[in-house]
Design a protein around this ligand. Structure first.
Ligand SMILES: [Zn+2]
Length: 147
């Protein structure tokens, strides 16, 4: 049998301010739950951002076109620029070829190189193409002379 709360003697009058304290406690509990959920989302975002940065940095550190990483390529920009513009030797010798292959295939490094040394790469590529044509003509003429 249910007891009627109005007549039940176990119930007392609420002390003054009890209901507003109860309301405040409920609101703070609600705020804490909301904060907890927002912190969870923020933590998830942080994990995703950190993961993305680590992934991107692992790509940068990885060996790329020409057998060198973007980091290595960037480190030799000045040497390679000097090599292209003055013909100065680059150490080790195979690095010049590695830089050329890397810059031919890596848009990131090529863009960075072009920004630092505008026009140098395109001039070098044009020179290479012209030399390639001259060599092809020389080879063709030489083979004609042989027969
Ligand atoms: Zn690169």
């Amino acid at each position: 049998m249910m007891s009627d709360f109005r007549t039940d003697q176990q119930w007392d009058e609420c002390p003054p301010g009890e209901l507003s304290r109860l309301a405040k406690r409920l609101k703070s509990t609600e705020r804490r739950a909301l904060l907890k959920s927002q912190m969870g989302n923020a933590a998830l975002c942080l994990v995703l951002v950190v993961g993305g940065v680590l992934w991107a940095s692992s790509l940068i550190g990885r060996t790329g076109p020409g057998g060198i990483s973007c980091k290595e390529c960037l480190a030799h920009f000045d040497d390679y620029h000097l090599h292209l513009t003055t013909g100065a030797p680059i150490e080790p010798i195979k690095l010049a070829n590695q830089m050329q292959v890397h810059l031919d295939h890596c848009r990131l490094c090529r863009g960075e190189f072009d920004q630092r040394f505008p026009g140098v790469l395109s001039t070098a590529m044009a020179t290479r193409a012209a030399l390639g044509q001259q060599f092809a003509m020389f080879a063709a003429t030489s083979s004609l002379l042989l027969y």
